[in-house]
Design a protein around this ligand. Structure first.
Ligand code: GLV
Ligand code: MN
Ligand code: MN
Length: 407
């Protein structure tokens, strides 16, 4: 079996961390200056690893193996959440590069074709998994019109970063036989169970909506309580109802969050005339996802009818459908884990969305997880133990080799 170089992997990961480093975490939103600088560094790093690398027309960094196919695509994303950890996405990108360079350096595996990618905007600064959607040929006008929090659209951002006129690179059905992605777990299960590798069996779906409340802006001192149309009060009451009503239709591991909200004009002495919140829900079952969608729509209609504020909603365009991982790849990763760490790995679902959601309907796909310390992610404090990072990459490399050898 080919040995990866753990010290080289950790050093590369720490270099990637410097692009947008903030406290112990990273702020590297898609198409920001640091994101593009990181992508240019990734191109150089992939070229040094023996790959033919470039940034394509949507911002994906793709490093193509010089070997003929069949090829596996390995990758993850290099953008981050507005307050992101240093490993979410970045680790999977550096595993992919480390596996490619380790395989090319070993005469036993140098013939294997491993194409490597750092996808653009998995985190949805503009549109979730934008880069992987481009790779599989699913970019729509809605994607190009999707805007970041400052109102810049994808089309405008591509012009700003100089990618207009650059061709997108696409999945090649005659070459690409599988997609494999490694990631931190971002949850507590591996650490709590003492397992060092998670073999992902399926990934939850993600959907949601922005709910808007329209009342009447007025003086906070002189407007009697019975006649107020306080949009913030309506929002808070709505939030309490979401919690109770979603619980009635949830599956055993469903989750939901109101992760963002606002009131207008947002002053201590003004009864807010407008308010909004973003509701997100996740489950691996399409039926449960539909129940959440119906429950949310019913709640909006009830609040709108009852008043005193008008309530409406816009479905989010940042969702992902639930997917199942390929059984052969699940077995390959499990067998690789069993060889390195007998009985210290487990099959598990993913509660986080990934670029693998995009790939699973197109080519056989699989994911490997390593433990997250304290189960923390989407936070500057996100971290994993160095020995778990190195072990995960070795198991990932073993699984890639055995899967390619089996074809
Ligand atoms: C992806 O980062 C997610 O929010 O699951
Ligand atoms: Mn993330
Ligand atoms: Mn991620």
């Amino acid at each position: 079996m080919t040995d990866i170089d753990g010290a080289r992997l950790l050093e590369s990961l720490r270099t990637l961390r410097t692009f947008g480093a903030r406290d112990a975490g990273v702020v590297r939103p898609t198409y920001s200056d640091v994101d593009m600088a990181a992508r240019r560094w990734l191109v150089e790093t992939m070229i040094a690893a023996g790959l033919d690398a470039q940034i394509d027309g949507i911002g994906n960094v793709i490093g193509r193996s010089p070997n003929p196919g069949p090829a596996v695509v390995l990758g993850s994303h290099s953008d981050t959440q507005p307050e992101g950890g240093w490993l979410d996405g970045a680790m999977g990108v550096m595993y992919a590069i480390e596996v490619a360079r380790a395989l090319l350096a070993d005469p036993d595996t140098a013939h294997l074709a491993v194409d490597v990618a750092a996808w653009a905007d998995e985190e949805g600064t503009y549109a979730s998994a934008l880069g992987s959607h481009s790779f599989v040929g699913e970019i729509t006008e809605a994607h190009l019109a999707a805007a970041n929090a400052e109102g810049e659209t994808v089309a405008e951002a591509l012009e700003r970063v100089g990618l207009v006129g650059v061709d997108p690179i696409r999945l090649e059905p005659d070459r690409h036989v599988a997609y494999l992605e490694a990631h931190i777990e971002q949850g507590p299960h591996l650490e709590a169970s003492g397992n060092r590798i998670g073999v992902v069996t399926g990934i939850v779906g993600i959907a949601g909506a922005t709910v808007r409340f329209r009342g009447e802006q007025n003086h906070a001192g002189t407007t009697p309580m019975p006649i107020r149309k306080d949009a913030a009060a309506a929002l808070f009451e709505f939030g309490v109802h979401v919690r109770a009503r979603f619980a009635q239709v949830a599956g055993p591991v469903s989750v939901w969050t109101i992760g963002n909200l606002g009131v207008h004009p947002g002053a201590e002495s003004i009864v807010p005339g407008e308010a909004w919140c973003q509701v997100q829900y996740r489950d691996a079952s399409a039926d449960v996802m539909e129940r959440f969608a119906d429950t949310l729509a019913a709640l909006v209609a009830e609040f709108d009818t009852t008043g005193p504020c008008a309530v409406s909603m816009e479905r989010g365009d940042k969702g992902m459908a639930p997917v199942t991982m390929d059984a052969t790849i699940v077995r390959a990763i499990g067998a690789a884990a069993e060889r390195r760490i007998p009985d210290a790995w487990v099959e598990m679902p993913s509660g986080a969305g990934h670029d693998a959601n995009t790939f699973a309907p197109h080519i056989p796909s699989g994911m490997l997880f390593i433990p997250s310390i304290g189960g923390v992610s989407h936070d500057f404090a996100e971290d994993s133990h160095d020995d778990d990072i190195v072990l995960g990459c070795q198991v990932f490399a073993d699984a890639v080799v055995s899967h390619l050898d089996s074809l």
